[in-house]
Design a protein around this ligand. Structure first.
Ligand code: 4AZ
Length: 484
């Protein structure tokens, strides 16, 4: 292959008279639009075309006009690209500012208004992580079956009940908001006589218009002798009481208003799991219900206040905005089998649609305590989903007993609780997962667990296993607060 060494001798092609172009001529069709540094097709030998004199035959060849055209094109492209880059940077900067400065990214809690974000697990854990310790200074909880309001003191690293002296609903609403509730559901705040406590949190009313928690100080006395009992939502009421009569596996057909917190969770028009209403926006279900592709909130529709699956097919259901699975959920062991679903639009509470109460720390459920399970799960092992909502009474089984070699041989972790009859015959089954295990105590229905797993259904010595809700309450409140 040969190459052209040095420029070829100038030649002039006879194209007849060509008026001088006022602007750079367009390259011929098929020619390269951009200046070429190397010829792609160099003539193998210098070529000579018969030269015919024109009226400008002495004028040297003008530099290729396509060069000016390409340069201006390149300039335009660079200007357009620069403008696009500036616009993109401005949009990105806005989003960074919005999420980092104004709001922590989803599932994180902001330390005051510092812009520093913390994981919900770092909140009220006894270790100060925020720059000004805010993660430990707004720690409130409801304790025991009487919903006694307690505030954490980072100084003495202990929880104290709040003395009723000078307390009012405005303070109650602040405390409920700090637990993750909306003020819309606020129920009441009242004093309950209790002299069993040695220290209290008291309000310093002369402190002026400052933050509630800055007004609180620890004291060894409480004038009224009453502590604050706080209800952030009217939960745990059923309009129809459960009859102990039995017909899930071995259960009875429910009536409207009996289990008003029970929801049916559908994927593509089919019941997949159960769930429990805890606020107008939030449901509790099992983490194993929302694994893999089912972790997409768009997959789900929620039905509340309806007993029959057939009837749900004619309704549109509630859309899900957010699903939060417990970060320590383990697929194999079913450790921490709990998840939260946030609805796009809030549920309207009625006689048949109502929340169940989350258990408060300090609540002890007795071994053998009577509980109830409900759901549209199969009525026998391997059966199909039931059309009607069923329920059955199941006593709790002590963990040590449930871990016996002949029962679950050590598989029952502290995040789990067993319930059922070791003789078999009554149980939850496929399709009941995520649904409630509840008990009635102090005139209120409490969510003791969420249906999780078991070997078969209603098999002797293989009772149902449920997520231990008492262990999850703290995680639930923190995540409700972080995703308000
Ligand atoms: C399930 O797969 C399931 N017998 C739920 C509960 C039980 C077993 C399986 C307990 O949804």
């Amino acid at each position: 292959m040969t190459s052209t060494l040095g420029p070829p001798p100038p030649y002039y092609e006879n194209r007849g008279f060509q008026p001088e172009p006022p602007y750079a001529a367009r390259p011929a069709a098929g020619a390269h639009p951009y200046p070429q540094l190397f010829s792609t097709n160099p003539p193998s030998v210098p070529s000579y075309i018969p030269r015919v004199a024109t009226h400008q035959s002495t004028r040297p060849a003008a530099p290729p006009p396509r060069r000016t055209c390409a340069a201006s094109l390149r300039k335009t492209i660079i200007i357009i690209l620069s403008i696009l880059i500036v616009i993109c940077c401005a949009i990105a900067a806005f989003f960074i500012w919005y999420f980092v400065e104004n709001n922590c990214l989803s599932s994180l809690i902001e330390c005051g208004s510092s812009g520093v974000c913390m994981s919900p697990s770092q909140w009220c854990d006894g270790v100060s992580d925020c720059p000004n310790g805010e993660d430990e200074t707004r720690c409130v909880r409801l304790f025991g079956p009487n919903f006694i309001l307690q505030v954490y003191s980072p100084v003495s690293k202990a929880w104290y009940p709040v003395c009723q002296d000078d307390w009012n609903d405005d303070y109650g609403k602040i405390a409920c908001k700090d637990m993750g509730y909306s003020v819309d559901t606020y129920f009441y705040s009242r004093g309950v006589p209790d002299v069993s406590f040695k220290s209290y949190m008291k309000l310093n009313t002369s402190a002026g218009n400052i933050d509630l928690y800055k007004k609180l100080y620890t004291s060894g006395s409480c004038g009224t002798g009453s502590v604050v009992s706080l209800r952030c939502i009217e939960c745990g009421l059923a309009s129809k009481s459960a009859s102990i009569m039995n017909r899930i596996v071995g259960g009875s057909g429910a009536v409207l208003g009996q289990w008003p917190w029970q929801v049916s969770l559908h994927v593509q028009g089919t019941h997949v799991c159960g769930g429990s209403i805890i606020t107008p926006h939030w449901l509790v279900t099992a983490a194993h219900c929302v694994e893999g592709r089912l972790s997409d909130p768009h997959s789900w529709r929620v039905y509340a206040g309806i007993l029959n699956q057939d009837e749900m097919l004619f309704r549109s259901g509630y859309k899900v905005q957010l699903i939060i699975s417990h970060p320590d959920y383990d697929t194999d062991s079913k450790d921490n089998d709990v998840a939260l679903m946030k609805l796009e639009t809030p549920l309207s509470f009625t006689e048949n649609v109502r929340p169940v109460c989350l258990p408060n720390p300090g609540m002890m459920f007795q071994p053998n305590q009577q509980c109830w399970i409900s759901g549209w799960g199969a009525e026998y092992q391997g059966g199909k989903t039931s059309n009607n909502l069923n329920y059955v009474a199941v006593p709790l089984i002590e963990r040590s007993r449930c871990n016996a070699v002949y029962i679950y041989n050590g598989m029952i972790l502290p995040t789990m609780i067993c319930a059922g009859d070791l003789a078999g015959g009554i149980d939850s089954c496929q399709g009941d997962s995520g649904g409630p295990l509840v008990t009635h105590h102090h005139s209120v229905w409490w969510l003791v667990g969420d249906t999780s797993w078991g070997t078969g259904c209603a098999t002797p010595n293989k009772p149902g296993v449920y997520g231990n809700m008492t262990v999850f309450t703290d995680w639930i409140y923190k995540n409700m607060q972080a995703n308000r």
